[in-house]
Unconditional design. Structure first.
Length: 124
């Protein structure tokens, strides 16, 4: 593969991930009942909305598990309360590091609270 082709692939993927462009086609793999899968085309906008709703639900679930207000959760994560609100409303998507912290918060809320105690105490 030529370096120019690789740069173009990276540019397109970055544009999709940042939301500056939207996918023209989205394929979903669905079990066929015989141990295999069938490809099914779905509307890219429907897919985007479903992804945003799932992400918003996970942010809200993590905050609920921790028992924190939006302001406290934002302080814990080092972001503005408005950013957290955008995540919870599905208007924006957290970066990979934030997604990982949210997953840990859902599975091990006490560990996150123990680690965040000094941060929350300073903000309090």
């Amino acid at each position: 593969m030529k370096p120019a082709e690789l740069k173009e692939i990276v540019r397109r993927k970055t544009a999709l991930l940042t939301g500056t462009t939207r996918p023209g086609r989205v394929t979903q793999l669905v079990p066929n009942g015989k141990g295999g899968y069938v490809r099914r085309l779905i509307n890219p906008e429907t897919y985007r909305k479903a992804q945003a709703a799932d992400q918003a639900a996970s942010v809200t679930a993590a905050r609920a598990k921790l028992g924190l207000s939006q302001r406290e959760m934002a302080t814990l994560m080092g972001i503005s309360p408005r950013t957290l609100q955008n995540w919870e409303q599905g208007q924006r998507e957290p970066d990979q590091a934030a997604k990982m912290l949210l997953r840990v918060a859902v599975r091990h809320p006490q560990s996150v609270l123990d680690a965040a105690e000094p941060v929350l105490a300073r903000a309090g």
